[in-house]
Design a protein around this ligand. Sequence first.
Ligand code: FAD
Ligand code: FES
Length: 279
Amino acid sequence: MSNMDNKIVTLPEIATIEEIKEEIQDVKTFYIKFDNPEVQKNFKWKSGQIVMLTIFGAGEAAFSLPGAPENDRFHLSIKRVGKVTSALFELEPGDKVGIRGPFGNGFPFAEFKGKNLIYVAGGIGLIPLRSSIVHALQHREDFGRIIVLLGARTPNDLMYQNNIEEWLKIPGFECYVTVDQATADWKGETGFVHTLLDKANVPVDNTMAFVCGPPIMFNSVIGELMKRGLREDNILSTLERHMKCGIGKCQHCAIGRTLVCTDGPVYTYKQIKTLGEEI
Ligand SMILES: Cc1cc2nc3c(=O)[nH]c(=O)nc-3n(C[C@H](O)[C@H](O)[C@H](O)COP(=O)(O)OP(=O)(O)OC[C@H]3O[C@@H](n4cnc5c(N)ncnc54)[C@H](O)[C@@H]3O)c2cc1C
Ligand code: FES
C-alpha cells in the first residue's frame, strides 16, 4: 500500500511549515501542511494520538497532536529541549519537515458518552489534552459537565492563552485557571492547580479525569482525585518515552510489557501504576 492510500503515513511525507506562533518561553506552535494534497486530505487523527516529526539533518521525535480532529488546522506545539527541537526552532515559514503518523491509541471517546469530563493540566501538559478538550466541546451534548482546570508557574507560562480566553466565556463550560506566582497585572487565582478541584466542586460519580503535567503536579492531583473517590481506571494520562520507529517494532519506547507508541500514549492511572511496578 502506498503512503497515499494509507491514512497512516508510514514513511516521512514532506510538509511545509506555514506559520509559527510563539506560545510561551521556549514553546512554539507550528502550523504545518503536507505538500501532497491527497496526503493532506486523508490525514485524520484521533484526540490523544501523536506524529513523528523529522527535522532534516537533525533527527526525528514524537509530538502530540493538539488540534481537534474535526476542523483545527494541523499543528504541533513544541518545547525546545534538545537536538531535534533546537533545529526546528531555527526553521521559518516555508521550510520543509517530514511527518509520519498518526500513531498511538488516542482517547477512547466512545466510552465517555454521558459522563462528566474533568481535565487537569499543568504547564505544557495542556498540549496533549487540548485536542480532547476541543473535541469534547464540539460534541457538548454527548457529555455531562466538562470542567477544565489549568495551572502554570506564572501567567506568562499559560499555554494557549487565546483559547483560554475563549473557553472562559463559553456558557456551561467550566474553566478555572490558577498560577503559582502572580504577576502585578494577574487578577485570577493563585495556588497549585489541585486547589481548583474544590473551587469547581468536581463530581466523582460517572466521571472521567484527564491529568497531564509535571510529576509533582500529577501526583498531587491524582492523590486529591482519589481522596474524593475517583477510581484509578477513571483517570487517564499520556506517557512520554523516547521513540524511534513509532510502529511497535524497535522496543525503544517499552515500559515493562507495554509499548507507548502502539499501546499508548493514553493509559489509565491503574495501568500506569502497574507499569511502575514492572519497570
Ligand atoms: C507520546 C509523546 C508525545 C509528546 N508530545 C510532545 C509535544 O506535544 N510537545 C513537545 O514539546 N514534546 C513532546 N514530546 C517530547 C518530545 O518527543 C521530546 O522532548 C523529544 O525527545 C525532543 O527531541 P530533542 O531531540 O529536541 O530532545 P532530546 O535531545 O531527545 O532531549 C530530550 C530531553 O532529554 C534530555 N537529554 C538529552 N540528552 C541527554 C543526555 N545525554 N542525558 C540526559 N538527558 C538528556 C534533554 O535535556 C531533554 O530534557 C512527546 C513525547 C512523546 C513520547
Ligand atoms: S518506538 Fe519503536 S516500538 Fe515504540
